[in-house]
Design a protein around this ligand. Structure first.
Ligand code: ADP
Ligand code: MG
Length: 252
């Protein structure tokens, strides 16, 4: 005897949580962050959203074992570092469902990822997934090609065919959301249509900023930083820049 999983369960598991453009893109950027990407470029148009990162990428077998394994906890996987990424970032993901965030806003998602001289491409269709009784019986056919460079790696996610009810925020709103909801680090940048997401993207009047060392940062309340969406782990950083803004009530 064994459980069978109906595709409907995806919605109950949380795909429905990512029902805005901002939330869905932020979750896919979190995956780029966890893959140690230095740069994420988002091309955001009326017809599609393309999110490209220069992170670790995946081989075809990573795709099968890590990407397509729903609900996998990467922190418990021996091949990963646990709480930290290879470059020492505090891992954001843990539920093993974030990759499906795009289905909160679009019908079609294409993943193209390359690592170790191998490029894997897979297109997923939300409706097609719903036509099977059991998710596991859905046959996925990735295309695998060779790439010249064995050292280059990265991932590009293309989201297309927006669901009808989905609103498209202005570029600036998206930048502000990403600046607030993803960690700020010197080795990590997100661009939306060529313009960097930075604290300056957050609407409001800048009141001032200060740089704090690890020793003094301890006196700043954890809660207040959490509320602006920063990942707060004093053990991992030696220096912080704290920027204070007076902002109008924020909604995404
Ligand atoms: N942009 C990406 N680059 C490299 N690997 C990725 C990327 N997105 C997802 N993955 C892989 O797929 C796995 C599943 O992603 P996800 O569903 O978001 O779950 P989680 O982040 O909780 O592990 C990740 O743990 C990672 O191994
Ligand atoms: Mg994730």
């Amino acid at each position: 005897m064994k459980f069978t999983v109906s595709p409907r369960l995806l919605d109950h598991f949380g795909v429905a949580m990512y029902n805005t453009v901002t939330k869905a893109i932020a979750e896919l950027c979190a995956n780029a962050y966890d893959a140690d990407a230095k740069i994420v470029k988002i091309n955001y148009t009326d017809s599609q959203i393309v999110i490209s990162d220069d992170g670790l990428g995946m081989t075809t077998s990573d795709m099968k074992e890590k990407y397509l394994h729903l609900g996998r906890d990467r922190r418990g996987d021996e091949s990963e570092n646990g709480e930290l990424t290879q470059s020492g970032r505090a891992v954001i993901g843990n539920k093993g469902i974030g990759k499906l965030a795009g289905f909160g806003i679009v019908q079609t998602m294409t993943i193209e990822t390359w690592k170790s001289g191998e490029k894997t491409r897979l297109t997923l269709d939300r409706d097609a997934l719903d036509t099977v009784e059991e998710l596991e019986s859905f046959d996925l056919q990735p295309t695998v090609t060779k790439v010249r460079s064995k050292t280059s790696s990265g991932t590009t996610i293309t989201l297309s065919d927006f669901l009808e009810e989905v609103k498209r925020p202005e570029d600036e709103v998206l930048r502000a959301y990403l600046a607030r909801h993803l960690p700020a680090r010197h080795d990590w940048q997100i661009f939306v249509n060529g313009v960097k997401c930075s604290p300056g993207s957050i609407p409001g009047k800048k009141l001032g900023s200060m740089t704090s060392s690890k020793d003094t940062a301890g006196c700043v309340g954890t809660t207040s930083l959490r509320t602006i969406g920063a990942v707060w782990n004093p053990a991992l950083a030696s220096e912080f820049e704290i920027v204070l803004f007076r902002t109008p009530a924020y909604s995404a």
